[in-house]
Design a protein around this ligand. Structure first.
Ligand code: C5P
Length: 229
């Protein structure tokens, strides 16, 4: 396939406080990473690079084997870095063949619908990136030192999800530039935009929320129970 998806799963998950790297924490009988990979392999065929926490490569490989089925030859596991940006860079370095489009996906967005992955992949065009977003529902304030400084117009804002999709050559160059400049960006879209490229957005999904806190894990568990019933 000429599309690759880098699944970053090397975070420690301190906010989840589950005693294991977040991606390997169970939602139901299956881990966050396994659910994320089930979604990835239910999408159109793509090369799959799993970026694992150091010391957990074997666990990640087992999850890849279980999720991939007869597409096992499309997957690889590499070890991540200290920051998400370094983990994505490790994933980029592991691409092989003539991949033209790269999707970067958080394993922590374990229940992302396969249709969202396909929609992002299809929307990537030369020179431009694509991200899924959702409208912001909360009323947002700018705060500083215990005081509310100003209101923020939420109609101008959107919450970014993953996978985020990019043309490979431009993404690799943007990553190299960020490394050379020593700048850490909040997400791949910010890094890509800093290199002067345009980013478009498509509609995301509530199921693509990021599992961060114990409450998020509960939400994921309930969603799985509801879809099994
Ligand atoms: O910490 P947070 O949930 O924002 O991380 C988003 C994603 O990036 C997660 O899937 C996490 O595993 C991954 N990550 C990584 N390497 C890091 C930090 C985060 O692969 N050093």
């Amino acid at each position: 396939p000429d599309t690759a998806i880098i699944v970053v799963a090397a975070g420690s998950g301190t906010r989840l406080d589950a005693g294991a790297p977040k991606a390997l924490v169970g939602i139901d009988a299956h881990s966050i990473l396994r659910h994320a990979l089930d979604g990835v392999f239910a999408a159109e065929p793509a090369q799959v690079i799993v970026v694992a926490p150091a010391g957990y490569e074997g666990d990640a490989l087992a999850e890849l084997d279980a999720a991939a089925g007869d597409r096992r030859d499309l997957g690889r596991v590499v070890v991540g870095g200290a920051t998400r940006q370094q983990s994505v860079a490790a994933g980029l370095a592991a691409l092989w063949g003539d991949v033209k489009t790269v999707l970067v996906h958080d394993a922590a967005r374990a229940l992302t619908p396969p249709a969202q992955i396909d929609a992002v992949a299809r929307a990537v065009v030369p020179g431009e990136g694509v991200i899924p977003v959702l409208p912001v529902v909360d009323t947002l304030k700018k705060v500083a030192g215990g005081a509310v400084v100003s209101a923020v117009d939420r109609s101008e804002l959107a919450a970014a999800q993953t996978p985020q999709g990019f043309p490979r050559a431009e993404l690799e160059a943007a990553y190299e530039a960020a490394r050379a400049d020593g700048i850490e960006y909040t997400d791949d879209a910010a890094l890509f935009a800093a290199a002067g490229h345009r980013i478009r957005h498509i509609e995301g999904s509530s199921r693509a929320f990021k599992i961060t806190t114990p409450g998020d894990l509960e939400r994921a568990r309930h969603l799985l129970e509801a879809s099994a019933a």
